[in-house]
Design a protein around this ligand. Sequence first.
Ligand code: NAP
Length: 251
Amino acid sequence: MSSPFDLSGKVAVVTGANTGIGQGIALALAAAGADIAAVGRSAATETVEKARAMGRKAEIVSADLSSIEPVQRVVDEAVEKLGRLDILVNNAGIIRRNDSIDFTEEDWDAVVDTNLKSVFFLCQAAARHMIPNGGGKIINIASMLTFQGGIRVPSYTASKSGIGGLTKLLANEWASKGICVNAIAPGYIATNNTAQLQADETRNRQIMERIPAGRWGSPDDMGGAAVFLASSASDYVQGHILAVDGGWLAR
Ligand code: NAP
């Protein structure tokens, strides 16, 4: 009997796969057997090389997801290069920090367009391919700010709260069509995205003291949850937002 976590023969599209959480997830999916389309504006050369070293097929798909212009091409190119599309991981995202009283329209639009609008239209393009092919798995990357308010990150909180609602809505519409739509909500993970927080001695100490696990998470910590939500082990899991946070939300 094969493992329910086995992804052999599956193709995963992972956005923002060159670094951080996206790279951690892409390599975990590859380790579980999946071929990888590494999507992003910076070439995911290291990720692709590491996946190939595991014996997987892996291809770079260049796309700037600050607009929805490349969305259909991303799906078409992944299918053309790797033959199919079974798993979509919407990981690419940005954050802008400023007091809400001074927050600009540019900082609002940049974050919401990348973190929410492009995610919806990528889900749509992937689902249009997956439904006639028998289904698939969509994993959106949410945040602690899917559940909490945060501070000085209004567009980020709006986008990640939106990801929570969108994940549930799409699960409602597509569960009967064979697509599982779920999300992973990472806690505080040491990546470029949080470099500013890690460098701030006071904030860093406050964050560490509040995490029951007593440490920042690493991109590798996201891998197990991603493999679970990408595999047949989660076939009856729908619209769930799985926190991988060292216990942050339990506090
Ligand atoms: P990261 O290291 O900054 O990675 C962000 C990724 O998104 C990079 O690959 C980046 O590409 C890509 N990206 C950004 N804008 C893009 C665009 N317009 N088009 C294509 N790709 C774009 O940060 P990370 O922490 O791994 O973040 C990954 C996801 O996890 C994000 O959605 C973030 O909100 C979420 N998250 C992170 C944390 C955390 O504590 N780190 C917690 C909760 C949620 P470039 O390298 O080219 O910029």
